[in-house]
Design a protein around this ligand. Structure first.
Ligand SMILES: [Zn+2]
Ligand SMILES: [Zn+2]
Length: 390
C-alpha cells in the first residue's frame, strides 16, 4: 500500500545524512532574494514575487500550547492582488492582518476584499475555529466589498458516525439528526448560529447579507471513494480538479487521517508554480501523487517522542491502541522527509507542528531522507513561488 513511500525511504536513507541547519541561502531555489528581517523571526523570502505562500499559523491543535506564539494552522496563497486561505485555525483573522494581506488603506475596507476563496482540508476544529471570525466579522473587514461571494470549499458530510474507539457504553451523539455535517452544511449552520448579529448588521447598518459575501461547497470527491468511511477511509485515488479561476487551479485527494473523513490535501497550480498542502495525514501515496512536480510541499508533522511521553511505557493494551491511533493519523519527523523525497519536491515546508511548543531544532531532523530544502515553518514566513514580479 505504501510502495512509493517505502522505496523512497530506502533510497533516501542511504543517500542522505542528517543535516543540522538550514539558513536563508538554502531557499535560493524558491526565491532570488535573501530573507528580510521581520518581527517575531518570520522570514520574508517571497517579497517581490507575484505568487507567494504565506504561513499564517504553524501549530497543530487543538491545544494552544503554552510557551509559544505560534497561531493555529492556516496559510495563504497570494497571486498578485488576490489571496486564498487554506484552513483557518485559531487567530487566522489576526494573522491575515499581521501579514498585511489585502487592502489596508482604510480602517474597514480591507483586507478581505482581496480574499477569493477558502479551502478547508478537513473539519477538525484546529483547522476551522477562526472561520466565523473571517466570515462573520468579515463584513466589517473588507468582505463587504468582494465582487462575488467568497467560495468556501471543504469535505462533504462524513455519511456515518465514526466507530466507537474503546469499550462501550457509547457516549451521547451530538446533533443526532445530522451528526457529521459537511462544509456546505457547516457554513449554512454558522449563518444560523450568528443570525442575531447578522440581522443587526444587515437591517441596522445596511451591510450586505451573507449570501452576497460567501458560499459553502463540498469538494466533489467521486462517490466510489466515499463509500466506506469506516472500513476504507483512504482509498487509492488520483487527484480531482475542482476549482479554477483566472489565477489558480485547485485539485484535491483523500489522505489518511482516520477516523476523520473525508480528509483532504490540496494542490494549487498557478502560472508561476505549484504548492501542495498535506492537511492532516499519515504517510499517503495519494498525497505523493498529488505533490509530484510541485515547487513546495507544505506538510504536517508530529514529534513521535511527544506522543511516547503521552503514553509512557509500559503500556497496557488500551494505552498501546490509543498511542497507535494518534500517530497513525499523523506523520512523524522521521517519516516526512521520505515523503517529500518520493514526491520529488525541491522545498519541504513543515507546518501544523505537534506539539507547537518544541524548539525549532527538534524539527530539523526531518531533513533525514530528504535531499531538498527544508523549512521549519514560522508564523508569517513568506516564500516566493516562481519568478519575481516584473
Ligand atoms: Zn489538525
Ligand atoms: Zn485533524
Amino acid at each position: 500500500m505504501r510502495d512509493l513511500l517505502s522505496a523512497a525511504l530506502r533510497r533516501g536513507l542511504t543517500r542522505r545524512s542528517l543535516v543540522t541547519g538550514v539558513g536563508a541561502a538554502a531557499i535560493a531555489g524558491v526565491t532570488a532574494r535573501p530573507a528580510e528581517a521581520a518581527p517575531g523571526g518570520a522570514r520574508q523570502w517571497g517579497n517581490g514575487h507575484r505568487t507567494r505562500l504565506i504561513l499564517l499559523g504553524t501549530s497543530g491543535g487543538p491545544p494552544w500550547w503554552p510557551g509559544t506564539t505560534r497561531a493555529g494552522t492556516a496559510s495563504a496563497v497570494s497571486v498578485g492582488d488576490r489571496f486564498y486561505l487554506v484552513d483557518a485555525g485559531h487567530q487566522a483573522g489576526r494573522q491575515i492582518r499581521d501579514a498585511r494581506l489585502g487592502d489596508w488603506s482604510h480602517d474597514t475596507d480591507g483586507p478581505l476584499n482581496a480574499l477569493r476563496a477558502i479551502f478547508l482540508t478537513h473539519l477538525h476544529s484546529d483547522h476551522t475555529i477562526d472561520l466565523d471570525n473571517v466570515l462573520i466579522e468579515g463584513v466589517s473587514n473588507g468582505l463587504q466589498r468582494v465582487p462575488e461571494p467568497v467560495q468556501v470549499w471543504g469535505p462533504g458530510n462524513r455519511g456515518a458516525l465514526p466507530p466507537l474507539f474503546g469499550s462501550p457504553p457509547a457516549p451521547p451523539v451530538t446533533a443526532p439528526d445530522n451528526p457529521t455535517p459537511g462544509t456546505a452544511e457547516m457554513i449554512a449552520l454558522m449563518v444560523r448560529a450568528f443570525a442575531t448579529d447578522i440581522n443587526d448588521r444587515v437591517f441596522d447598518s445596511r451591510k450586505p447579507p451573507p449570501s452576497a459575501l460567501f458560499s459553502g461547497h463540498d469538494v466533489p470527491i467521486p462517490e466510489r471513494f466515499l463509500a466506506d468511511p469506516n472500513g476504507n477511509p483512504h482509498p487509492r485515488m488520483s487527484p480531482v480538479p475542482f476549482y479554477e479561476d483566472d489565477r489558480i487551479r485547485v485539485s484535491a485527494t483523500l489522505v489518511q487521517h482516520a477516523p476523520v473523513f473525508p480528509a483532504l490535501a490540496f494542490r494549487f497550480d498557478t502560472d508561476d508554480g505549484s504548492v501542495v498542502f498535506s492537511g492532516d495525514t499519515g504517510p499517503s501515496d495519494n498525497l505523493i501523487e498529488l505533490a509530484r512536480g510541485a515547487d513546495i510541499l507544505v506538510h504536517e508533522v508530529m514529534d513521535r517522542a511527544w506522543a511516547e511521553q503521552l503514553f509512557p511505557q509500559p503500556r497496557d493494551t488500551s494505552a498501546e491502541a490509543r498511542f497507535h491511533h494518534l500517530i497513525n493519523a499523523h506523520t512523524t519527523i522521521e517519516q516526512v522527509g521520505a515523503i517529500a523525497e518520493a514526491a520529488g519536491v525541491p522545498t519541504l515546508v513543515l507546518n501544523h507542528l505537534v506539539p507547537g511548543n518544541r524548539p525549532e531544532h527538534t524539527w530539523l531532523r526531518a531533513q533525514r531522507g530528504y535531499s531538498g530544502k527544508l523549512v521549519v515553518g514560522r508564523d508569517l514566513d513568506i516564500l516566493g513561488i516562481g519568478p519575481l514580479a516584473r
